[in-house]
Design a binder for this molecule. Structure first.
Ligand code: CA
Length: 229
């Protein structure tokens, strides 16, 4: 029931660079995954889209630029921020990368501090919800940056689905939502999820909230709401 962390994918064939990047980004408490080729990267992204991609220009199987074009052409992944890593410092290469849809560009050798600063700036720009202020309701606080929930400052265990549901309800307090509205807003209208599933997650959410479970109200024959009243 670990809360979901921000994952950064490094696509790079030089172990020393991977090590440097991993070291730099863990400081931000982000999870870092690494792959060495464009093919492995594409496979990884399809399985579990990361929140940020650091993409080397020169990869063993194809150029990072081609992989970038592929990512940008797929509507499922087009919004993932990408920073190109490269030894090239020519202005025209930089422009080619940015024209293909890179969000930023960093030239090797770079300092870990610089990389972290650029990555953080990009995340703030692309994921404003990640820098949102904490939400609170009664004794419950939800921190969207660390994806954590606390009751009276004591962190609780909460599943990913329950976290998303709680975040949505806390962002819209005192408003009733039907099961189908919650499915649409929280789960993005996946056909595989039935309305009954909402009840299951509400049940789990109440259990996770322990003494604060009363915040989640059932509104008979309508749906659910978060209310401090
Ligand atoms: Ca390389």
């Amino acid at each position: 029931m670990a809360s979901e962390k921000i994952t950064v994918l490094i696509v790079e064939d030089e172990p020393a660079i991977i090590e440097l990047v991993t070291f730099s980004l863990r400081e931000a408490a982000w999870q870092v995954a690494s792959v060495h080729t464009a093919a492995e990267a594409w496979e990884y992204i399809g399985r579990r889209p990361p929140q940020l991609i650091l993409l080397d220009w020169m990869l063993p199987d194809q150029t990072g630029l081609r992989l970038l074009a592929r990512i940008r052409a797929d509507r499922n992944f087009a919004a993932i921020p990408v920073i190109m890593l490269t030894a090239k410092s020519m202005e025209e290469d930089k422009l080619a990368g940015l024209n293909q849809g890179a969000d930023d560009y960093i030239t090797k050798p770079f300092s870990p501090r610089e990389l972290l600063a650029r990555a953080k700036a990009l995340m703030r720009r692309n994921n404003p919800e990640m820098v949102e202020a904490s939400l609170s309701a009664g004794p419950v606080t939800l921190d969207p940056v660390s994806n954590s929930v606390a009751i009276d400052q004591a962190r609780i265990d909460i599943g990913h689905a329950e976290f998303k549901l709680l975040k949505f309800l806390m962002a819209h307090p005192e408003r009733v939502f039907s099961r189908s509205q919650l499915l649409d807003k929280v789960w993005g209208n996946h056909a595989v999820i039935e309305e009954r599933t909402v009840d299951v997650h509400v049940l789990r959410l109440r259990k996770a909230l322990k003494q604060a479970e009363g915040l989640i109200k059932t509104v008979r024959s309508v749906g659910y709401m978060l209310s401090e009243k």
